[in-house]
Design a protein around this ligand. Structure first.
Ligand code: C2E
Ligand code: MG
Ligand code: MG
Length: 293
């Protein structure tokens, strides 16, 4: 116990310093339309480049940040950096870039009464169109205090952002509550995706979530897709959007830029080829006409 407490203290002290020294970096995992694998957005995922421990994953420090109250500052930093980055991609790629930016928000951040005005300030400072921002919340928030949760989410929706339920199916959501809350997207937890192609029981859960989502008019994103078989099965169940190592892992901002530049280049090459093909076709037509005469 003492060791765990000492470790937590060390992490929280280091984390405070990390925020000031810029040791936190934001990575971006694309989510795609599985019908053509085109990226339709990115999810911001924070990493901590610790001077001694190397790259630390969020699972090892988000909990501590929540306990010691640093999550508000950390979350705001991630939101601001991700919105600034998304604006830069929009400036360079327009609609060829990621359309949506998804940012994780912890329950503790949402409970803070300043949260809505903080989001509004970041949107105004960065100039990002709120329609491009998705806030990912977990089921625990909606359970916490359903009435407060509902009004907080409605305030956020008034800003024009979309709300997504992360890791859906692993919490304790009351289905009736889902109907009441202004939710736009359900992210199907990896646990249901893992064996969707080889275990009929798990496939039944995924199918039920897809049906529920569609009935409620929600968008669906499958999390943690790792194989082509999972992709095919999810598509056949009616889920078209996904995220997972099968498509792309979390990438640095530079890597996303590179990926988008390459995609644009390929599209242009394909475009040039079709122009060349059209020119060749026109030539043949003229040739054919001249031969027929
Ligand atoms: P999440 O929001 O559900 O994010 C998805 C996690 O699954 C990410 O882990 C991602 O790298 C991983 N993942 C994606 N595709 C696959 C796959 O195909 N296979 C496997 N095995 N894993 C996959 P990561 O980046 O370690 O993040 C873990 C969690 O930490 C996130 O889960 C999210 O709840 C939290 N988190 C990350 N960034 C932030 C943040 O800025 N703020 C807050 N509050 N939480 C964050
Ligand atoms: Mg998430
Ligand atoms: Mg998730």
């Amino acid at each position: 116990m003492q060791e765990v407490a000492a470790r937590r203290l060390e992490v929280s002290t280091d984390l405070e310093r990390a925020l000031d020294r810029g040791e936190l970096v934001v990575m971006y995992q694309p989510f795609v339309d599985m019908t053509d694998s085109n990226p339709i957005g990115v999810e911001a995922l924070v990493r901590w480049n610790h001077p001694r421990w190397g790259r630390v994953h969020p699972g090892d420090f988000i909990g501590v940040a929540e306990e010691c109250g640093l999550i508000t500052a950390l979350g705001l930093k991630v939101l601001e950096e991700a919105c600034t980055q998304q604006q830069a991609w929009l400036a360079e790629f327009g609609n060829e870039g990621p359309f949506s930016l998804s940012v994780n928000v912890s329950t503790r951040q949402l409970r803070d009464h300043r949260f809505v005005s903080d989001v509004w300030s970041v949107l105004s400072r960065t100039g990002l169109d709120p329609a491009r921002l998705i806030l990912e919340i977990t089921e625990s928030f909606t359970l916490d205090n359903p009435e407060n949760a509902g009004s907080r989410l409605r305030e956020l929706k008034q800003l024009g952002v979309r709300i997504s339920i992360d890791d859906f199916g692993t919490g304790y959501s009351s289905l009736a509550m889902l109907q009441e809350l202004p939710i736009d997207i359900l992210k199907i937890d990896k646990a249901f995706v893992d064996h969707v192609a080889d275990d009929p029981r798990r496939a039944a859960f995924a199918r039920a979530i897809v049906r529920l989502g569609r009935t409620l008019g929600l968008e669906l994103v499958a999390e943690g897709v790792e194989t082509g078989a999972q992709r095919e099965r999810l598509l056949s169940l009616g889920c078209h959007m996904a995220q997972g190592f099968f498509f792309a892992p979390a990438l640095t901002a530079d890597e996303v830029g590179h990926m988008l530049r390459r995609a644009r280049m390929l599209r242009q090459t394909a475009g040039d080829r079709s122009v060349a093909a059209a020119e060749r076709e026109a030539e043949l037509l003229t040739l054919g006409q001249s031969l027929a005469m």
